[in-house]
Each structure stands twice: as structure tokens, then as C-alpha cells.
Design a protein around this ligand. Structure first.
Ligand code: GRF
Length: 191
């Protein structure tokens, strides 16, 4: 399955997906990395791995989100993409793009959804005093962080945890969970 990864930053989940997909029996192949931020560190990392990497700067489109997404959509279709993985993609997507990729777009979110949707998840988990945090891979729908859940991994919140320390342990689980969820999702697609 031809797969694109959408990033905005360092792209450590993207690296984990690329590494897993390099195995000959993996049912998805990373063919394109796209970023709304042309300076995203992950773009250079993807290029170094021999993967097509494109920055499509949202700032060039002003308030016209649909025009930005149309450009992304065109790049995805030109590359023959079948599955999209959002991995630290920090722009809210509008129904324009989401509806065009319905049932074909995954996201990883650093909390045990439905808890702690949105930003600053680790800080909020610690403040709430929960004993477990984690990460979730879900199918993207028009509501933020609310689509059908495919997989979760749990991490204990430790005494004296800071958001950074918790984030680091959750991130290690993300790197394991996302490739596994993509593998199962790619195998589950019928057509
Ligand atoms: C990850 O924690 C992801 O769950 C969140 O943003 C972070 C991206 O990290 N949405 P990276 O760019 O994959 O390193």
C-alpha cells in the first residue's frame, strides 16, 4: 500500500514508520513525506532515507485552508498514495481534505483517547493525577482526535513525572505502536 506521512516537525514517528516499512514483508511502503512547514527537520531526514519529501507552506495560502489542502491533495494523488499517516502534523485539517481521504487517514495522538484530546496532553494528564497515560492511533474524522480507535499503548505515570519525562516514555511507545497499527490497517483494506 502506497503510504504518505504528513509531519510538521522532527518526524520521529515518521522515522519509525519508514524503518518498519523497509522490511520486505511490510504491507505498506512510505512513498512520500509532506510537511506544511518547509523547515521541518523530518523533511531532510526523509530525503536522506531516499523518500520523496515536499514542503507545502501553509503561510503562502493565507486564510485559504482549502487551497492549501488542495495542493496537498494533488501531491498525494500524483504520488499514487492510498494511505495517509499524520505524524505530528500540527495543522487542523478541514472537511475538504478529510472527506477526500475518508477511511484512509490515520493519526497518532499522545494520550489514551478519548481522554486529553488536543494539545499539552502530558501536562494535562499529570495535572489530572491519572495513573496511566499513553498513545492512540485512530482513523481521522472531521472531529479532532475523535475517530475510531485502532490501537493504544499504556504507560504508567510515575511519582515526580514531568511532562517531558512522560512524553519521552510515551514517545517510545508511539514508535512501536504506529508501525504496528499501520501494518494491521494496511492488511485490513479491502480494495
Ligand atoms: C508525537 O508525540 C505525536 O503523538 C504528536 O506530536 C508528536 C510528534 O513527534 N501528535 P514526532 O514529530 O513524530 O517526533
Amino acid at each position: 500500500r502506497r503510504t504518505a506521512v504528513l509531519i510538521s516537525g522532527r518526524g520521529s514517528n515518521m522515522v519509525a514508520l519508514i524503518a518498519a516499512a523497509a522490511a520486505p514483508d511490510f504491507p505498506a511502503e512510505i512513498v512520500l513525506v509532506l510537511s506544511n512547514n518547509p523547515d521541518a527537520g523530518g523533511l531532510a531526514t526523509a530525503e536522506a532515507a531516499g523518500i520523496a519529501a515536499i514542503g507545502i507552506d501553509h503561510r503562502l495560502f493565507g486564510k485559504d485552508r482549502a487551497a492549501h489542502e488542495a495542493e496537498i491533495d494533488a501531491a498525494l494523488r500524483a504520488a499514487g498514495v492510498e494511505i495517509i499517516c499524520l505524524a505530528g502534523y500540527m495543522r487542523l485539517l478541514t472537511p475538504y481534505l478529510v472527506s477526500r481521504w475518508e477511511g484512509r487517514m490515520l493519526n497518532i495522538h499522545p494520550s489514551l483517547l478519548p481522554d486529553f484530546k488536543g494539545l499539552h496532553t502530558h501536562e494535562r494528564a499529570i495535572e489530572a493525577g491519572v495513573s496511566e497515560a499513553g498513545c492512540t492511533v485512530h482513523v481521522v474524522t472531521e472531529d479532532l482526535d475523535a475517530g475510531p480507535i485502532l490501537a493504544q499503548a499504556r504507560v504508567a505515570v510515575l511519582e515526580g513525572d514531568t511532562p517531558d519525562r512522560l512524553a519521552e516514555r510515551v514517545l517510545a511507545e508511539e514508535h512501536r505502536l504506529y508501525p504496528e497499527a499501520l501494518r494491521q490497517f494496511a492488511l485490513s483494506l479491502a480494495d
